[in-house]
Design a protein around this ligand. Structure first.
Ligand SMILES: NC(=O)c1ccc[n+]([C@@H]2O[C@H](COP(=O)([O-])OP(=O)(O)OC[C@H]3O[C@@H](n4cnc5c(N)ncnc54)[C@H](OP(=O)(O)O)[C@@H]3O)[C@@H](O)[C@H]2O)c1
Length: 437
């Protein structure tokens, strides 16, 4: 059969991995796709840079139009990161009648309406398995394999960099700054890791999964997100004492026909599988009404795991599998849109850490204010102050006070926090983390 002609736009880390698999596994892929998959063009900005893969002369080009205008290329693998020019290039490709495979979650998170509409108008498909959780085939699972289920919840560790940092801080009693620096040297964190550590990357992926699972288009502003950049080792250790691990958890949960969504550092009981996902791995826990709870785990990023997902999408394109599912996606989900629960109504147990003056009545004052806001306490940890003996006469030492609440609404806690901030005996910081039971 005639080969499926591919053009890669963006031969960076992932693009080079895709080229490696297409080159090294050509025979296997031909058998699986039913026809050869041929890399015809690959665009870069700098022709002189080593891509770690040998390509025939004439494949690399600096001109994106050599891909867009080539009538032989039917599938474009779009691997430029960020929004522009990736968005414009992707629209050009779709308007030229080409199917697109991409790993760009930032672009799909913000512009999937426009991009998917262009794909449907041109009778094309957009496949994006690589955009969420790298090597874990979670788009396939949520979009197709669990189509028999009403999904009830998604709980996921979707950022490997954050998970690596949390794991190493806890295991080695190290500070956030120390491990972030190490993660950058090892290549787990970008030179500018902002989107990884502030929760944006995980939130973008949660938006894509939520859209697939419930047909609801949510934007990043519609739900709270926080990253790991404000976490201290002390909180990971207190959580450990209480029988929990802290993970950056992305959650979408159907509750009373609305979606509760957040990306937050969250305490997870150590006997739950998600609590034991360490290092740069990702994991997703899905609850379906028929299947019950299922778990998926694997490398969430990196050159070859991400390329693995991209090439699987290319094989699906060759077999027509994406054409079967993609155009119908919106129709399946039509009529199932859900409102997002306002931030104040998010309901959970909470972990609170206060830095307090070690003197009488302080705990009673805190408990009183929490009680006035209808927040009841499940447990408390207060360690003896190490500075107790050194405290000067007339001065109090500052000790941490850790409180676990029963289930309550975030709005009540925020109101209580205002009142707590008036207490003289409380010092900064006041830490608040979600608890996922
Ligand atoms: N890396 C991962 O582990 C991973 C995991 C999941 C998803 N992703 C997503 O995959 C995509 C690619 O990531 P990556 O790590 O491969 O990025 P990367 O290494 O920075 O590669 C980007 C490529 O795009 C090319 N490029 C950038 N701007 C261009 C332009 N205006 N015109 C033509 N080419 C341009 C660059 O060319 P030069 O090389 O010549 O500069 C480079 O080849 C991103 O959307 C990322 O979020 C990455």
């Amino acid at each position: 059969m005639s080969p499926l002609e591919i053009g890669i736009i963006g031969m960076g880390n992932v693009g080079s991995g895709v080229a490696k698999i297409l080159t090294n596994q050509a025979d296997m892929l031909t058998r699986r796709a039913g026809r050869p998959i041929h890399l015809r063009k690959a665009t870069v900005r700098d022709l002189s840079r080593d891509r770690g893969v040998t390509l025939p002369d004439g494949v690399l080009t600096m001109d994106v139009n050599e891909v867009i205008d080539d009538p032989e290329i039917s599938v474009v693998v779009q691997l430029i990161g960020g929004i522009e020019p990736a968005r414009e290039i992707m629209l050009h490709c779709l308007n030229a009648g080409k199917n697109v495979v991409t790993a760009n979650k930032a672009l799909l998170c913000e512009h999937s309406d426009e991009i998917f509409a262009a794909a449907r108008e041109n009778n094309c498909c957009v496949a994006y398995e690589a955009a969420v959780a790298g090597g874990i085939p979670i788009i396939d699972v949520v979009g197709e394999s669990l189509a028999s289920n009403q999904l009830l919840s998604i709980e996921a560790i979707l950022n490997g960099t954050s998970n690596f940092i949390l794991t190493e801080m806890f295991n080695r009693d190290a500070s956030y700054d120390e491990i972030l620096h190490e993660a950058q040297q090892l290549g787990y964190a970008e030179a500018d890791p902002t989107f990884d550590i502030d929760g944006t990357d995980a939130a973008q992926k949660l938006v894509l999964l939520t859209h697939l699972a419930w047909g609801t288009r949510v934007s990043l502003e519609d739900f709270p997100r926080r990253g790991i950049d404000t976490l201290e080792l002390a909180d990971l250790k207190y959580a450990g004492e209480l029988g929990y691990k802290v993970k950056l958890l992305a959650t979408s949960r159907l509750t009373d026909d609305r979606l509760e969504m957040h990306v937050q550092p969250t305490l997870i009981k150590t006997d739950r599988p998600l609590a034991n996902i360490d290092g740069a791995f990702n994991a997703v826990s899905l609850m379906g009404d028929a299947v019950g709870r299922t778990w998926y785990c694997g490398p969430g990023a990196g050159q070859m795991p991400t390329a693995s997902a991209v090439v699987s999408d290319i094989v699906d394109m060759a077999l027509g599998r994406t054409a079967l599912t993609f155009p119908h996606l919106e129709i399946w989900r039509a009529g199932s849109e859900h409102e997002v629960v306002p931030r104040e109504e998010i309901t959970s147990r909470f972990y609170l850490r206060f830095q307090v003056e070690d003197r009488p009545h302080v705990f009673a004052d805190i408990a009183d204010i929490l009680g006035q806001h209808d927040i009841s306490l499940a447990s408390i940890i207060q360690h003896e102050s190490p500075e107790l003996d050194e405290a000067k006469e007339g001065e109090c030492s500052i000790v941490p006070l850790v409180v676990m609440t029963h289930r309550t609404q975030l709005g009540k806690l925020l109101a209580a926090d205002k009142a707590l901030s008036e207490l003289d005996a409380l010092r900064e910081p006041r830490i608040r983390l979600l608890v996922a039971d």
